[in-house]
Design a protein around this ligand. Structure first.
Ligand code: ATP
Length: 588
């Protein structure tokens, strides 16, 4: 659609109730939303009392820019997530969300698009490659050929003004990449690939300087004029941004204090006795009102924030005043008509959310991206390689040419033969692509250095079994690390927790460890006998345990150990799937 053909009426200049576009976007309505959370408290994470964070909120969002504003903690993100179907449904006490009069459940996530605050772009890929990645996974192959996808990517690059940086990498801590504004535009482009008419954005201007923030909202404004309903949360926009809003929902402590045309909000608050100083930014003024910083000249108006509570007898909160306003009455009236027309059978028709592409196609695309990432970000592989070479030399020197006759020598030698797509696709692609540069190659280098230095069985088959066992141990360890990282939400927590399972696994190898750790675990040996059952969960056991009476490496035992490690890998993967709720956010 040629946007220039359309008559544009910015909110400040129109009545803000209707945006003139050729084909309007969907209308989203939400009614009587009550949403509660239960916070965990204390060291035992005891469940505290329920807290209502959205209190009976209702509204209508139409084609154009629909801003949700409010102070920190007022419930902007919660409301956005609830109407986008992204908030845990267990917290929803009552209320209904309709899109074009239809009840929407999980399908909304695939019909619409949601741009998260922290982008999910791959830093080592260029803008064009990131967009193509999204297109490859999210456009059905039957309806969209590779050429069509490339065309679509080009049109998005042009629409978002990304021509100059299309072949620039996004950027990582090692690579200087595109600017913050270009990065945000690329994030929006990742979602526009499916041509959604309903777009949700969580604080799209956060972390950007004011000019960049301006250009992002101007871009969203332009997109909305192409027939899209754009809904976003925003904290404190400058005036040049605010005047582009068509509809404003102002929240305070989980309640609506204003919902209506953005251009009429000033009149509304002035009618309540608030006066905006000359040159003050309306957005700042509204937040001052909700925070209790601005005072009303009318005796009946008060607010329940901080200690500033009016002493007059006819106290009414801003939320109550809004509920009595003609804006609220108009919303209620419209919602009544919409609910009357809503299709009661639509809920039953809702299908389970499905993916646009097959498992194997996703695996191919994600593996390709992961491989590009590994190749373009080789620092991790170099570090792995260097660590393996240093460890191999160290171990080789410690056990240098051990005498074969001593029983303890045999024991020592065996100590050293030692984790927009499906979650499974993400996991497997990480493992497969990680496998060669970060596991197999370094492990083979490690094995070839220390194996021959230690003077073990020189036959190639024995060496191969040794290296394979080591690789499988490494793989099982990596999958365990994935499991831990998927179970917690912060990097620091994962870092701490990853040590725990490995400490327990050490229980089995304590006697071997005596030689390595200079007797450090001697007392642990007797203390932790009751934990000996843990050996069955130990990756080390399967990797290191060989019948002591055998002098040479037993091939059958080695095979058994490889199989056990594959089983451990599979178990950890299943657990990873259970804990990977946070990954599903990324992968969709
Ligand atoms: N999962 C949760 N667990 C505990 N508290 C929550 C949860 N989700 C929201 N809250 C609480 O609900 C209130 C509203 O949160 P929300 O994130 O929606 O606010 P916000 O207006 O978007 O704030 P900000 O501008 O700081 O992002 C806050 O007090 C927040 O602490």
């Amino acid at each position: 659609m040629d946007v220039s053909e359309l008559k544009m009426l910015p909110a400040g200049e129109s009545d803000g109730t209707k945006v003139c576009v050729k084909v309007p976007g969907p209308t989203l309505t939400y009614q009587n939303i009550h949403y509660c959370i239960r916070e965990s408290r204390g060291p035992c994470r005891k469940r505290g009392p329920e807290r209502e964070i959205l209190k009976n909120v209702s509204g209508i969002m139409k084609t154009g820019l629909n801003a949700i504003m409010g102070a920190t903690g007022s419930g902007k993100t919660s409301l956005l997530d609830v109407i986008a179907g992204r908030k845990d449904p267990r917290g929803l006490r009552s209320g209904q969300v309709l899109v074009d009069n239809k009840v929407v459940t999980s399908d909304l996530r695939l019909m619409s698009a949601y741009v998260v605050q922290d982008d999910i772009l791959m830093g080592t890929l260029t803008v064009r490659e990131n967009l193509l990645f999204s297109g490859n996974l999210r456009l059905p192959r039957k309806q969209c050929s590779t050429a069509d996808k490339e065309k679509k990517v080009e049109s998005i690059i042009q629409e978002l003004g990304l021509e100059d940086c299309a072949d620039t990498k996004i950027g990582t801590e090692f690579i200087r990449g595109v600017s913050g504004g270009e990065r945000k535009r690329c994030s929006i482009g990742m979602e526009l690939i499916t041509s959604p008419t309903l777009l949700f954005l969580d604080e799209p201007t956060t972390g950007l300087d004011s000019n960049t923030a301006n250009s992002i909202i101007a871009l969203l404004h332009r997109l909305s004029r192409g027939g899209r309903t754009i809904i976003f949360s925003i904290h404190q926009p400058r005036y040049s941004i605010f005047r582009l809003f068509d509809h404003l929902t102002l929240l305070h402590k989980g309640e609506t204090v204003y919902a209506g045309p953005a251009g009429k909000a000033m009149d509304y608050f002035q009618s309540l006795g608030y006066t905006c100083e000359a040159f003050n930014n309306p957005a700042d003024f509204f937040l001052d009102i909700t925070n209790g910083e601005a005072l009303s000249s009318m005796p009946t108006v008060t607010w329940f924030s901080g200690s500033k509570v009016s002493l007059c007898s006819l106290e009414k909160s801003l939320a109550e005043l809004y509920r009595e306003s003609h804006y609220c009455a108009a919303v209620k009236e419209e919602l009544k008509c919409i609910t009357g027309r809503s299709d009661p059978s639509s809920e039953a028709k809702t299908k389970a959310a499905s993916y646009a592409t097959s498992f194997f196609y996703q695996l191919k695309v994600v593996c390709w991206r992961t491989m590009l990432n590994v190749v373009r970000n080789p620092q991790t592989s170099y570090a792995q390689m260097a660590m393996n070479i240093i460890c191999a030399l160290l171990i080789g020197l410690i056990y240098y040419q051990m005498p074969l006759s001593l029983p303890e020598a045999l024991q020592n030698r065996h100590e050293n033969s030692g984790g927009y797509y499906r979650t499974s696709v993400y996991f497997l692609s990480k493992v497969f692509v990680d496998l060669l540069p970060n596991r197999i190659v370094p492990i083979f280098i490690f094995s070839s250095i220390c194996y021959y230095m230690m003077g073990l069985n020189p036959s190639f088959t024995a060496f191969l079994c040794f290296a394979l066992t080591m690789s499988m141990v490494s793989l099982a360890g990596v999958s365990l690390a994935f499991l831990v990282s998927a179970s917690v939400s912060t990097f620091a927590m994962a870092n701490v927790l990853i040590a725990l399972p490995f400490v327990f696994m050490m229980v089995r190898i304590q006697t071997y460890a005596l030689n390595v750790f200079g007797g450090f675990l001697v007392n642990l040996n007797s203390m932790l006998n009751w934990l000996s059952w843990l050996k069955w969960a130990s990756i080390f056991k399967y990797g290191l345990d060989v019948r002591r009476r055998k002098r040479e490496i037993n091939l059958q035992m080695q095979k058994l150990h490889i199989e056990c490690n594959i089983s451990a890998f599979k178990i950890y993967y299943q657990l990873f799937k259970c804990f990977s709720v946070k990954f599903s956010k990324i992968t969709r």
